[in-house]
Design a protein around this ligand. Structure first.
Ligand SMILES: NC(=O)c1ccc[n+]([C@@H]2O[C@H](COP(=O)([O-])OP(=O)(O)OC[C@H]3O[C@@H](n4cnc5c(N)ncnc54)[C@H](OP(=O)(O)O)[C@@H]3O)[C@@H](O)[C@H]2O)c1
Length: 332
């Protein structure tokens, strides 16, 4: 599906973008693979590893509509990964987060439609489900824009979908590198926010593969949610710092005890498949006969019971301490 196609990834120099590019280059032969991001140094460094002739490095800001119009010319598929994603930074600089995550989403949508891009997938986060912090709220607004964009396409064939998943194991600024830095400094206790706290847990490769699969699955308007395991924060601390004491430091501002991926209030339009859920649009204007219970590759799903909520605390699948360790080492 991606062979001989032109693919653009906003935020392509980020953690997701780099593994996405590696995976595409190992498995497909795109005609162009375009990175769009702001910082020339990150692009320069990425070019030292990823310099296939199909690669193009575009400096650009998703806040700049004109630049996106130009960059999206002759592009077939777009992955929108660019975002400001640090919860405290978003609270402190709210307008900056809104400009990148919401206005940027609008610009991506308009440029994709104007250039008749075939499919667009925007990355979302569990923090966008019933959000309690500004980062999550901007990602929810972005999700809504991408779902509604299917109503705005006019004569274009462009289709938009969202992929929502949870904490990425070891991603920049997350708890694993934080624990590792404390352990490296010789700390004898690890700070735990709350002994009952849980999180969804996905590897970066799992996220990349899920996005790739959904390009084939999507009809337009879906929020795709993978079924992934949960972890207890206490087990995580034990996996990375075996035998160390834990100090309870309290839930930080903007944090939840458990993360939600499919809110109960969306249950009447959420469909369960074997390995994922699809939250369908609450209002469909673009194709009222759209049947989301069967996707493009023929997989069938059924509506979840009313009130069903998929959150990290009620997940049937939890990783053990040993499994967390193996996942961290890339062995599971
Ligand atoms: N990491 C996680 O745990 C996690 C979990 C769930 C969902 N997600 C979502 O996954 C996506 C990718 O996350 P990530 O972990 O790869 O993030 P990341 O490593 O922080 O990378 C972010 C990328 O976005 C670019 N960027 C930021 N602002 C931009 C702008 N205004 N215009 C253009 N590019 C911009 C950055 O490059 P420059 O700074 O050079 O522009 C960088 O390439 C995000 O949408 C995030 O919300 C992440």
């Amino acid at each position: 599906m991606l062979n001989n196609k032109s693919i653009l990834i906003t935020g392509g120099t980020g953690s997701f973008g780099q593994l996405y590019v590696k995976t595409i280059l190992e498995n497909y032969s795109p005609s162009r693979l375009i990175i769009l991001s702001r910082d020339e140094l990150k692009q320069y460094e990425m070019q030292q590893t990823f310099n296939d002739p199909c690669m193009r490095y575009f400096i650009g800001d998703v806040r700049d509509a004109e630049r996106l119009m130009q960059a999206f010319q002759d592009v077939d598929y777009v992955i929108h990964a660019a975002a400001l994603k640090q919860v405290p930074a978003a609270e402190y600089n709210p307008m900056e987060c809104i400009k990148t995550n919401i206005n940027g989403a609008e610009n991506v949508i308009k440029a994709a439609i104007a250039n008749n891009v075939k499919k667009v997938i925007a990355l979302s986060t569990d923090k966008a489900a019933s959000p309690i912090n500004l980062y999550g709220a901007t990602k929810l607004a972005s999700d809504k824009l991408f779902v509604a964009a299917n109503n705005m396409v006019g004569k274009a064939d462009t289709r938009f979908a969202v992929v929502r998943y949870g904490n990425v194991v070891g991603s920049r600024g997350s708890v694993v590198p934080f624990f590792q830095s404390l352990i490296a400094k010789g700390e004898k206790t690890l700070p735990i926010t709350h002994p009952e706290m849980t999180r969804f847990w996905i590897t970066l490769q799992g996220g990349v593969d899920f996005v790739l699969k959904n390009f084939a699955r999507m009809q337009g308007g879906e929020i795709f949610v993978p079924k992934i395991p949960s972890i207890r924060i206490t087990d995580l601390a034990e996996a990375y710092g075996p035998g160390l004491d834990h100090t309870v430091v309290g839930i930080r501002p903007g944090e939840k005890l458990h993360e939600i991926m499919c809110p109960g209030d969306d249950s009447h339009h959420t469909i369960e498949f074997d390995d994922h859920f699809v939250i369908t649009p609450s209002i469909i204007f673009f194709d009222k006969d759209m049947d989301y219970s069967q996707n493009v590759i023929g997989e069938r799903g059924t509506f979840v019971p009313m009130g069903f909520e998929y959150h990290s605390g009620n997940n049937p699948e939890f990783l053990s301490v040993e499994q967390i360790r193996l996942v961290g080492e890339g062995k599971a």
